[in-house]
Write a protein that binds this ligand. Structure first.
Ligand code: ATP
Ligand code: MG
Length: 254
């Protein structure tokens, strides 16, 4: 394994939706500038854990978390944390591309504008940089005023990635970002994720084990709210330590 320093640390974390115990004593450390994949059957808690990393679960009534999650050593659930600042640092991309019903340019400029940037040339620069970062600039540079809803699904997803990058996060959370996409768009997003990890810490939920193998450095396998195994991706797929992991990766359930 690499010697990258730990960026996100989950320490004895439990999560309840009312009285349903959705995550049980989760402990894992995710290094910076690597891709960590979360795998496991439907309902095992992957999205729940991902959303805990930028406090999206704050929006869910009845959701209670105990234990600790730190980013760069700081407790993100501390009372003093500004949740908007946290979400600026920890961007998120969802399963269904969800561009806003506005131009490509305005989608990408949305976050920076919210954070107070009004200067047109500064916004132009951010939009270009973010679209380049998302591997989309050459395809859309001549139609930035077009509505983002009108482009292909793969392009929409890269607009959403550009929108996330525009506020300069350090961490990018991706919840099954390619499951609604065709193989070519999927490959583009996978290549992009591998480029982005030079500068970002990436956590990706995927149902596609080949995808985890192709792009991730580490993989965590979840089952019924527990993290069963966490290891380098090579190790987890070639030599799983837990029989449940082996059953899952060999396709015997899930
Ligand atoms: N808002 C909520 N209120 C109550 N229960 C919830 C809520 N969100 C998720 N759950 C439950 O928590 C468990 C974990 O759900 P989660 O969405 O994290 O699973 P997942 O691993 O992402 O599944 P999938 O692969 O289907 O996306 C499930 O049993 C789910 O029904
Ligand atoms: Mg999910």
């Amino acid at each position: 394994m690499s010697d990258h320093k730990d960026k996100v640390v989950v320490d004895h974390m439990d999560l309840y939706y009312d009285d349903f115990h959705a995550l049980k004593d989760i402990n894992l450390k995710m290094p910076e500038k690597e891709i960590t994949a979360f795998i496991g059957p439907s309902g095992c808690g992957k999205s729940t854990l991902l959303k805990s990393l930028n406090r999206m679960n704050d929006l869910v009534e009845g959701c209670k978390i105990t234990g600790k999650i730190t980013i760069d050593g700081k407790d993100i659930y501390d009372k003093k944390v500004d949740v908007n600042q946290l979400r600026k640092r920890v961007g998120m991309v969802f399963q269904q591309p969800n561009p806003f019903d506005m131009s490509i340019y305005d989608n990408v400029a949305y976050g920076p504008r919210i954070h107070g940037i009004k200067n047109r040339s500064q916004l132009d620069q951010i939009v270009e940089k973010s679209l380049r970062g998302a591997g989309l600039w050459d395809e859309v540079k001549d139609r930035l005023k077009r509505n983002a809803i009108g482009v292909s699904g793969g392009q929409q997803q890269r607009i959403c990635i550009a929108r996330a990058l525009a506020v300069e996060p350090d961490i990018l959370l991706m919840d099954e970002p390619t499951s609604a996409l065709d193989p070519i768009s999927t490959a583009a997003i996978e290549d992009l994720a591998m480029e982005l990890k030079e500068n970002y810490t990436i956590v990706i939920v995927t149902h596609n084990m080949q995808q985890a193998v192709r792009i991730s450095d580490r993989t965590a396998f979840f089952y019924l709210g527990e993290m069963v195994e966490y290891a380098s991706t090579d190790q987890l797929f070639s030599n799983p330590q837990n029989p449940k992991t082996e059953e899952y990766i060999t396709g015997r359930f899930g």
